[in-house]
Design a protein around this ligand. Sequence first.
Ligand code: ATP
Ligand code: MG
Length: 564
Amino acid sequence: MDETPKPKTNFIREIIDEHLRNGRFTKVHTRFPPEPNGYLHIGHAKSICLNFGLARDYHGLCNLRMDDTNPETEDMEYVNAIQDDIRWLGFDWEDRGFYASDYYEQLYRWAVELVKKGVAYVCDLSVEEVREYRGTVNKAGKDSPNRNRSVEENLDLFARMRAGEFPDGSKTLRAKIDMSHPNMLMRDPLMYRIRREHHYRTGDAWCIYPTYDWAHGQSDSIEGITHSICTLEFEVHRQLYDWYLDQLGVHHPQQIEFARLNLSHTVLSKRRLLELVETGLVSGWDDPRMPTISGFRRRGYTPESIRNFADIIGMAKDNSIVDMALLEMCVREYLNRIAPRVMAVLRPLKVVITNYPEGKVEEFDAVNNPEDPAAGSRKVPFAREIFVEREDFMEDPPPKFYRLAPGREVRLRYAYFIKCHDVVKDAAGNVVELRCTYDPATRGGDSPDGRKVKATLHWVSAAHAVDAEVRLYDTLFTVRDPSSVSEGEDWKTTLNPKSLEVLKAAKLEPGLKDATPESRWQFERLGYFSVDRRDSKPGSLVFNRTVTLRDEWARIVSAGRENK
Ligand code: ATP
Ligand code: MG
């Protein structure tokens, strides 16, 4: 990962540095704890880069832990996808792939310990009653009628909860803290619920499941985590995190919160992304319009670009929306360095060069990558019939349109000047073909008489062209912040109906015939494209537009809109 810039300091590093100085910890051990209830999105990528990046920079370790304590929604498919995505991003948890569900027995024993200590009890209130008894921010809660059960009775009831003697929802295990605590989460929080749900790993072994708060800190402790980094909404949970660990007197990691990433023109919530998948509004979790890691991968983004993006956005402590254009800039910047240039015509218009000999074929040298001389050059065939981009021709051009038009001369990249003489139309009046002449003296693209042209077009020889399907993408939502909808309004109303355009008849230069899945290319003048890893097959190629060439981010910066 040589392109990763030197770590910038941030408040998390400052906290860690202080811990290492004052001896609170002697090493750094982080973890990334996804819940396997969906695919990872770009927000998770930020967390992955942060946690694995800290471990790398401090010569420490980072674990991968499936935070799998909600049996209803979790699945092995998600575990596999999460692992693939993290590996693809370039990070390695080595032999430290863990599961919170592997700690169920230990968590149970610790819960028994708290019962014995008199700081946890079995409560018979229903979920609704628990809520009612909790009070409000301004009003103290009420003690549960079961709060003063004896330790013996609690031990007996808790064992029988586990044994399946009570119906779902009829009892809970709660920590005994303070029903008038100013932090509502400290008002006798739930530790266990009875739920007869099949778990994708533990099957039916358990009918009681630990809550997030009870499972998370203890899992961190079991793994010897030093810095448990999570997003800001867990700040209020920290007090409880600390309370459990203090009661148990076990290894006590430090929880640190940072701002979650929000990205413009999309949603970063697994629940919403799942809804898009389940309702068929996208083709799947890895639809190239999705803000998931697998979606970006399929779209043609590189791991380097995503890591660079994570680095640029930094570790702010306030929640803000990062513009999608910044991510695209990172992608463009990397692809500019590595992507070979080729010519491809997305919406072909046939051009017949009437004075070019029939059957003749010439080959022109084309530069593979002006950014990388070592990439060399290739031969591109030229013949009497070629395709140009339909939008590079206008029959009746406005003043600023400098490309092809009747009577107009333009340059064909690497080849010749051509001039348009006739426009052939079908019965409906659509332009179906152009008749042009070429000037043999302009071979290579310059005129010996110093004649200038204002446009250079890309083109593909008709007889040599390879057919392909090309998918063009736009943002998934039309508004910057799709999550801010008024009460009662459906967040999906701002989905972009034009987020996908499929072009079935693109023509590519012949060298692309064997382009391999996930290979990345710059189609000259059009953008960066990548071979779809799912749908592309030899003989029926499918390309995804990764990003256009236009630098939207530079425009945003120059207009002073970067923080708006
Ligand atoms: P979602 O809200 O999308 O369901 P989550 O927080 O429930 O996300 P987890 O699988 O629990 O998803 O997240 C794993 C880790 O990734 C957590 O440590 C979480 O804080 C972090 N994370 C999740 N979303 C973001 C985000 N948008 N930006 C940064 N980190 C995130
Ligand atoms: Mg979570």
